[in-house]
Each structure stands twice: as structure tokens, then as C-alpha cells.
Design a protein around this ligand. Structure first.
Ligand SMILES: Cc1cc2nc3c(=O)[nH]c(=O)nc-3n(C[C@H](O)[C@H](O)[C@H](O)COP(=O)(O)OP(=O)(O)OC[C@H]3O[C@@H](n4cnc5c(N)ncnc54)[C@H](O)[C@@H]3O)c2cc1C
Ligand SMILES: NC(=O)C1=CN([C@@H]2O[C@H](COP(=O)(O)OP(=O)(O)OC[C@H]3O[C@@H](n4cnc5c(N)ncnc54)[C@H](OP(=O)(O)O)[C@@H]3O)[C@@H](O)[C@H]2O)C=CC1
Ligand SMILES: O=C(O)C(=O)Cc1c[nH]c2ccccc12
Length: 410
């Protein structure tokens, strides 16, 4: 095959592989769900994964105490339920075990250590050209995969987000992102500043308390806190049920009334709720409400201190925007994640900065799984739709090929 478009004499020409069927990028829950659903329809595919395992987010970039925060029926992937005996909220290792057996069950064998660096659609021949490299190998050799369809399944949490704050370089303590945090074990007795108050920030603070550390959590803006459960029933499950009959606005009002009943008035602890409701914010801006599993009690008791935004780092402390100086031993940034798709997908319509696609299908054989900020349930429903569409496209292609063979024989 010709090595079209290769323009550097320094790097060797890429090895080319023709992919009969879709090229799936990412072997997290979304990529696995697409692969399994394609297998069911007899469509071949190749999965490219930058890491050396499936579900690398869950295996390598999450903390030990993590549990799914939605009930298990909203988190299983198409075609294989969770094993009997799994609890309502499976823990991280159970979820990882499930995903590994899911891959085995559907005979999914990703090409590991293949980080996709570019993907472009070649209008002239109607093909996607995807370049990937083994970033652990230390050489720049790229492989090129060529095929008619591309499925983007690299996740909304592919890269850490860390803000640049004045003086950070001069801070003497340890600084990390929550994706490298495993447990509070090493933090006993330490003053830890947790920047960010999403689900990660809240749970890390709780974990730090449980390990005898002294966390302060930066809250710079309004956000919603809902109890994970109301009277033993999942708040999320309740919301899904109510959404069948009521408009979002009303469901939001009910959720907030319930939250106030269960959690009390949290304003006085420095936690203000935004004017838009939790589901409305999830649907429009993709902002997930915090589903509380115990951090709020620690805030109420003062074990977790709520503090204002960081203005500047000093060698052993921080200056907050309200002028307070806070002594700090370590900092954990729980400031969220972003996708890496805009850096490699040369298709500007579908993904743009700060905008998540609201669909699973783009132009020219492009598909997208797991980018509508609806968690694992969203990824599963994207996967089923994508596989159905690709199944039809595949059958059509096979029929055309058979017709061509029949014509040539005549
Ligand atoms: C801490 C945490 C807890 C969560 N808990 C829940 C929950 O309880 N319920 C829920 O519904 N959702 C939850 N979510 C949302 C989460 O997004 C999903 O659970 C799920 O992991 C999304 O799957 P995904 O396959 O789309 O993305 P990911 O799991 O991120 O998988 C993407 C894969 O693509 C690979 N990849 C990335 N870039 C490239 C590239 N350029 N080339 C090749 N491979 C690449 C990555 O290595 C990764 O393996 C949670 C998220 C986080 C961060
Ligand atoms: N148990 C579970 O299942 C868990 C699920 N998750 C999920 O993982 C995803 C990622 O969650 P998470 O890691 O919490 O990230 P999020 O993006 O949800 O939250 C990031 C937080 O950081 C704050 N922040 C960002 N920049 C700054 C800054 N410069 N200074 C101060 N604060 C800042 C944001 O506040 P602001 O609004 O002011 O920007 C926000 O509170 C979510 O979908 C979440 O639901 C996460 C953990 C546990
Ligand atoms: O945890 C996440 O990131 C999710 O996206 C799961 C999720 C999907 N829809 C929601 C609505 C409220 C809380 C969590 C979720």
C-alpha cells in the first residue's frame, strides 16, 4: 500500500493496515460496548487503545474507594449483565472485573499501546486514515490504519485539567491531580488542599478524613449536592422515573426539595446551589451534580473545611481570593478532565472546544460513543445505535461486493 501523505524524512514511513470494518479508538466502556454490539451483528472491527489494558480510566486513574454512584442497572453494558451477587453500587475492582470479563466474553482483543495522534477523512477515496504510535516505546514510529468507518470512543475524561495558578512552581509541598490519587494513606496528619468540589473533590476529601488527614476544599462557585439515596432509593433512579411523566423543571424542583429535606440547608456551609436545576445543568452544560456519600456530614462537622478560590501559591501556604492565608502541606487538584479529540480528529464540525456532541453519528462514516455526558447508560445507548447503523452499512457493502463479483463472473 502507498504511504500517502508522509512528508518527513526523519521518521520512517508508517506501517499501513487495511481495516475491514470500523476502526474504534478507545477500549473503555464505550469502545467495548461498540465492539460487543458489532460482534453480535457479525461486523469485524479493530480497536486501538493507547494504554496496555481495557478500561484504563477505571484501572489506572481512579482511587481505591471509588464505587459506581449510580445503581448497577444504569451502568451495565449491552449484552452482558453484572454477575449475580454484585451490590447495588459495585466498587471499582468489581466494575473492572466485569469489564475484563465483558471483553473476554465478546472476544474483544484491542491493539494496546496504540495512541491515536491523527485521524483524517480522505475525500478522494472515501477512507479514514488513522495514525497511532506506541508512546511507551520511546520511538516515533507510527502505524497507519485505513478504513471506511471511524468510531471515536476515547472518553470525556481522557486528559486531566489543571489550572495555572500564580506561584505554583514555588510551592514546596506535593502537588498532584486526583487521577493519580489512590488513597489518603500517606496523608495522615497533613493539611491537604483539595481544589475542586465535583464528585472527585468531595470523595477525596471524605477519604482524606477517613485517613486522619485535614482537608480543605476549594469552592469557587455554586453547585448542586444531592443525596445519593432518599429513603434507601437511588435519587438518580427516582429522577429517571419522574422524567417519564414530568418536565425537567418540575423534576429538578422535586429533587431539590428532597435534597433539602434529607441534607438540610447547606448554604450556611458555603455551598450555594446554582439557579438552574441539577438535571437542567447536566443536560445543557454537562455539569454533574454531586451525589453525596458522606462528605457533607464531614463539612457540617468541620472536618472538611470549605475555602474560597486560590489566588496564589506561596512556598508552604496559599493565599485565597478572600485574602485568607492557609497553611498547606499537599495539594490535590480535582479540577476535572477534558477530551483529547480536538487534538487529533481533523474534523471540526462535530467536536469543537468546550462543546460536547449531542449525537452519535457524524458525516462520512464518523461515529461517536460516550460523549453526550450521560455516563455509562449514555455510552451503552450510543453503542447500540452505532452498531445497528454500522451493521446496515456493512450488509450494504457486502451486497455491493457480491454483486460486483457476480457481474465479473458473467
Ligand atoms: C472517577 C469517575 C467515576 C465515574 N463514575 C461513573 C458512574 O458511577 N456511573 C456512570 O454512569 N459514569 C461514571 N463516570 C463517567 C465515565 O465517563 C464513564 O464511567 C466511563 O468510563 C466512560 O467510558 P468511555 O469508554 O467513554 O471513556 P473512558 O473510560 O475514559 O475510556 C476511553 C479509553 O480511550 C483511551 N484513549 C484515550 N485517548 C486515546 C487516544 N488518543 N488513542 C487511543 N486510545 C485513547 C483511554 O486510554 C481509555 O481506555 C465516572 C467517571 C469518572 C472519572
Ligand atoms: N463515584 C463516582 O461514580 C464518581 C464519579 N465521578 C464523575 O467523574 C466526572 C469527573 O468528575 P470530577 O473529577 O469531580 O470533575 P468535575 O469536572 O465534575 O469537577 C471539577 C471541579 O473542579 C472545579 N474547578 C475547576 N477549575 C477550578 C479552579 N481553577 N479553581 C477551583 N475550582 C476549580 C469545578 O468548579 P467550577 O464549577 O467552579 O468550575 C468543579 O467543582 C464527573 O462526571 C463525575 O460525576 C467522579 C468521581 C466519583
Ligand atoms: O457520573 C457521571 O459522570 C455521570 O455522567 C452519570 C450521570 C449521568 N446522568 C447523571 C445525572 C445526575 C448524576 C449523575 C449522572
Amino acid at each position: 500500500m502507498a504511504h500517502a501523505g508522509h512528508d518527513s524524512y526523519d521518521t520512517p514511513p508508517p506501517r499501513c493496515t487495511w481495516v475491514n470494518g470500523p476502526i474504534i479508538v478507545g477500549a473503555g466502556p464505550s469502545g467495548l460496548a461498540v465492539a460487543a454490539s458489532l460482534k453480535d451483528r457479525g461486523v469485524p472491527y479493530v480497536i486501538l487503545e493507547r494504554s496496555d489494558c481495557v478500561a484504563s480510566l477505571w484501572q489506572k486513574r481512579t482511587y481505591d474507594r471509588l464505587k459506581l454512584h449510580l445503581p448497577k442497572q444504569f451502568c451495565q453494558l449491552p449484552g452482558l449483565p453484572f454477575p449475580d451477587g454484585y451490590p447495588e453500587y459495585p466498587c471499582r475492582s468489581q466494575f473492572v472485573h466485569y469489564l475484563e470479563s465483558y471483553a473476554r466474553h465478546f472476544d474483544i482483543a484491542p491493539r494496546f499501546n496504540q495512541a491515536v495522534r491523527s485521524a483524517r477523512y480522505d475525500k478522494a477515496d472515501g477512507l479514514w486514515r488513522v495514525r497511532a504510535a506506541d508512546e511507551t516505546a520511546g520511538d516515533e514510529a507510527e502505524a497507519e490504519y485505513i478504513g471506511r468507518w471511524l468510531v471515536v470512543a476515547t472518553g470525556e475524561n481522557a486528559e486531566r485539567v489543571v489550572p495555572e495558578i500564580k506561584g505554583m512552581g514555588a510551592f514546596a509541598g506535593e502537588v498532584g491531580h486526583v487521577c493519580d490519587y489512590k488513597s489518603g494513606e500517606g496523608y495522615r496528619g497533613k493539611k491537604v488542599l483539595v481544589v475542586g468540589c465535583g464528585n472527585s473533590g468531595m470523595e477525596v476529601c471524605l477519604d482524606l478524613c477517613d485517613h486522619g488527614a485535614r482537608p480543605s476544599m476549594v469552592v469557587r462557585d455554586a453547585f448542586h449536592v444531592l443525596p445519593r439515596e432518599v429513603l434507601g432509593k437511588s435519587t438518580f433512579g427516582l429522577a429517571v422515573l419522574l422524567m417519564k411523566w414530568l418536565p425537567v423543571r418540575l423534576v429538578d424542583e422535586l429533587l431539590l426539595a428532597l435534597a433539602r429535606l434529607v441534607l438540610g440547608n447547606v448554604d450556611k456551609y458555603g455551598l450555594k446551589g446554582p439557579s438552574a436545576g441539577p438535571l437542567q445543568l447536566k443536560n445543557t452544560l454537562g455539569r454533574t451534580p454531586v451525589l453525596d456519600i458522606g462528605a457533607l456530614d464531614k463539612i457540617k462537622s468541620g472536618e472538611i473545611k470549605v475555602v474560597a478560590g486560590v489566588k496564589e501559591f506561596l512556598p508552604r501556604s496559599v493565599e485565597l481570593v478572600d485574602g485568607v492565608i492557609l497553611d498547606v502541606d499537599s495539594v490535590v487538584f480535582a479540577t476535572g478532565y477534558c477530551s483529547n479529540v480536538p487534538s487529533w480528529l481533523q474534523e471540526t464540525d462535530f467536536f469543537s472546544k468546550d462543546c460536547f456532541p449531542n449525537s452519535w453519528k457524524g458525516k462520512c462514516g464518523l461515529y461517536v460513543a460516550g460523549f453526550t455526558r450521560r455516563g455509562l447508560a449514555g455510552a451503552s445507548s450510543d453503542a447500540v445505535r452505532i452498531a445497528k447503523d454500522l451493521g446496515e452499512a456493512w450488509t450494504e457493502q457486502m451486497e455491493q461486493a457480491n454483486n460486483l463479483v457476480a457481474c465479473n463472473r458473467r
